[in-house]
Design a protein around this ligand. Sequence first.
Ligand SMILES: [Zn+2]
Ligand SMILES: [Zn+2]
Length: 111
Amino acid sequence: MEFCPKCESLMLPTKRDGKTVIVCTKCGYCRDVDEVGDASKYIVKEKIEHKPKDTLVVIDDDVDTLPKTREECPKCGNKEAYWWELQTRSGDEPSTKFYRCTKCSYTWREY
Ligand SMILES: [Zn+2]
Ligand SMILES: [Zn+2]
């Protein structure tokens, strides 16, 4: 539980611009929980986003549902990786493949 530093009312988590913030239920004071490092307390586990993004996406640790492939991890040399595909923002470019090492969780993209 978090309480507002201004009016001591209960603060509740909410999503704002893609970030999780906690907002005072009374005066509207809002604090960025990502910055204080305790966001995990508030974030409900999210599914992998399939929204178009041209940057490397961070997915949660629940990767068991992803398919595996024989791909060598550039970091630890492990021969197996989870993979998924994402469409880039423009839409007419080919989708990008991402890999995540099954051993060390290193994530990289295929060019
Ligand atoms: Zn308040
Ligand atoms: Zn690895």
